[in-house]
Design a protein around this ligand. Structure first.
Ligand code: GTP
Ligand code: MG
Length: 182
């Protein structure tokens, strides 16, 4: 039984790992495949890389309780790195996203975990999300490796797909329960 009703979380991770897509899926239950847009409709819609950070709010009913989620979707581009502490300090949970088809994004995720451990708030629950789990054929980071890393560092771990909606709600709710217990 969840007793609290407010929950702030932040998404961190390399550019292009799918943070905004995860949030969009979670908030609006929709996924926009910019790539398909371009090819099918020849509309020059660039995949919009987040600038600075974007704020979203969502209220979910969990059992009988209403849970309000405030979400900071940060920009993964290196030039915005120095802004990140403003968003992760005081967050109940931080979701660190990487792209399972991109080894460098996993290395970057580990750097975010280190930064959170060094400079984040003690109470922040950290979850590692291996996104783009639908792209199995291009996988570069094994689930076993990531799970082991998460275990060794006391993180929650889940593979997600913003495209297929896999585990996106589950990710947020397990963070939520964890933060409540913690
Ligand atoms: P920054 O804002 O630059 O930090 O990037 P981001 O992490 O917010 O990534 P974004 O959500 O913009 O997604 C980048 C690209 O990956 C887009 O073209 C998305 O459509 C695509 N994408 C995101 N999630 C998934 C997924 O689960 N599966 C697949 N196949 N593509 C995805
Ligand atoms: Mg983004």
């Amino acid at each position: 039984r969840l007793l609290f009703s407010f929950f702030l979380f932040v998404l961190l991770g390399d550019a292009g790992t799918g943070k905004s897509s995860i949030v969009l899926r979670f908030v609006k239950n929709q996924f926009i495949d910019f790539q398909i847009f371009k090819i099918d409709f020849l509309i020059s819609v660039a995949a919009e890389s987040t600038i600075g950070a974007a704020f979203f709010s969502q209220t979910l009913t969990v059992d009988d309780a209403s849970v309000k989620f405030d979400i900071w979707d940060t920009a993964g581009q290196e030039r915005y790195h120095s802004l990140a502490p403003m968003y992760y300090r005081g967050a109940a949970a931080a979701i660190v996203a990487y792209d399972i088809t991109n080894q460098a994004s996993f290395d970057r995720a580990k750097k975010w975990v280190q930064e959170l451990q060094a400079h984040g708030s003690a109470g922040t629950v950290v979850a590692l999300a291996g996104n783009k789990a639908d792209l199995i054929d291009s996988r570069k980071v094994s689930a076993e490796e990531a799970r082991r890393y998460a275990q060794d560092n006391g993180l929650l771990f889940m593979e997600t797909s913003a495209k297929l909606a896999t585990n996106v709600n589950e990710m947020s709710l397990s963070d939520c329960e964890e933060a409540h217990r913690g």
